[in-house]
Design a protein around this ligand. Structure first.
Ligand code: TLP
Length: 338
């Protein structure tokens, strides 16, 4: 019985093409900017997303945190959508690293109302000054939901009006672009900085890129070094990242179809799923006891993550074509044991 791993799209293994590219990668010391493969990856990412420059880092957490460090001064506040990864899953990093605080605004399906963002901006001496606005696309905890381009543009206009920078956590930006049927650069447009992950649906074993204007690069580079993210001959990893960027996006439509099929099957079992939130490669299911449920399911060979009062299933390229039908059978079994 093959185990079906729906815990995250981070669990994918490098493809044979990636392994070959890694083995053959030309390398140098990236802390000196001398790794030709890292340089090629950064240039490719910048070109694809319409930015002047990119900086390769080990993780999405680090690209987000370096962006926060670049934009915020100590004691400043970032306005972010409810459930933002930088708040929920980057464990206190904002407070420790950038010395910042956060104000979450209500964000149905990941998209805050621009007027709520405007209202959350602080002007008073008695409050932490707002230093940054942040969005997440797709929005993980809202369901892997897509923030539309118009909604993004309206919030970017609020940021501009208030003279504030705006950062996008685009860990799954390519999923958003696929769902919207637009080029990735359209999703990245209008932000001061964007972080993208190569190691989620795109399939690389490691790595994220922070996209930014050239003027911010020296500072971001210094913070990356400060955090221990100077990886020396990182070209062996970046080579897989180049394959992820060039070949990964095409595979995402399949992931989205699988998630939809899974959600529909779960609904047929009368489980609690908000189909409107199933827009990309995630399905969140409400069950009475998520930890017990995922444990029983694990024993039947289906792995999923309990997150709060829900269970999250994520589809990805390493799941076989019959993964959804097999998973639905095993979920039915797990419910019967309950
Ligand atoms: N998210 C992980 C967990 O931390 C929840 C996952 O399995 O989804 N931004 C977003 C929107 C993310 O979902 C993640 C990873 C990150 C940033 C951080 O990326 P890494 O794990 O590379 O630090």
């Amino acid at each position: 019985m093959p185990t079906l791993d729906f815990r995250s799209d981070t669990v994918t293994k490098p493809t044979p093409t990636m392994r070959r590219a890694m083995a053959e990668a030309e390398v140098g010391d990236d802390v000196y900017g001398e790794d030709p493969t890292v340089n090629r990856l950064e240039a490719l990412a910048a070109e694809m997303l319409g930015f002047e420059t990119g900086l390769y880092m080990p993780s999405g957490t680090m690209t987000n945190q370096v962006a926060l460090m670049v934009h915020l001064r100590r004691g400043q506040e970032v306005i972010a959508p409810q459930g933002a990864h930088i708040y929920e899953y980057e464990p206190g990093s904002l407070a420790v690293l950038a010395g910042g605080t956060i104000r979450l605004v209500e964000a149905p399906y990941g998209a805050p109302d621009p007027s709520a963002v405007r209202a959350a901006i602080h002007h008073s001496i008695h409050q932490a000054p707002t230093g940054l606005i942040e969005l997440e696309n797709t929005h993980n905890s809202a369901g892997g939901t897509v923030v539309g381009l118009e909604a993004q543009a309206a919030i970017q206009a609020v940021a501009r009006e208030a003279n504030l920078p705006i950062h996008l956590d685009g860990a799954r930006l390519f999923n958003a672009a696929t769902a919207l049927g637009v080029e990735p650069r359209a999703v990245a447009q209008g932000f001061d900085t964007v972080s993208i992950c190569l190691s989620k649906g795109l399939g690389a074993p490691v790595g994220s890129v922070l996209l930014m204007p050239k003027a911010l690069r020296a500072e971001a580079h210094r913070y990356r070094k400060m955090l221990g993210g100077g990886m020396r001959q990182a070209g062996v990893l970046a080579a897989a990242g180049i394959v992820a960027l060039t070949e990964g996006p095409q595979a995402l439509a399949r992931d989205h179809k699988m998630a939809r099929a899974l959600a529909e099957g779960l609904l047929r079992m009368r489980l609690e799923v908000d189909l409107q939130a199933v827009q990309t490669n995630m399905v969140y299911v409400g069950v009475p006891s998520p930890a017990n449920f995922t444990q029983r399911l694990g024993e039947l060979g289906v792995l999923a993550n309990p997150l709060g009062n829900r269970v999250r299933f994520v589809t990805h390229r390493d799941l076989p074509d019959d993964a959804v039908s097999l998973a639905l059978e095993r979920i039915q079994q797990a419910l019967q044991i309950a």
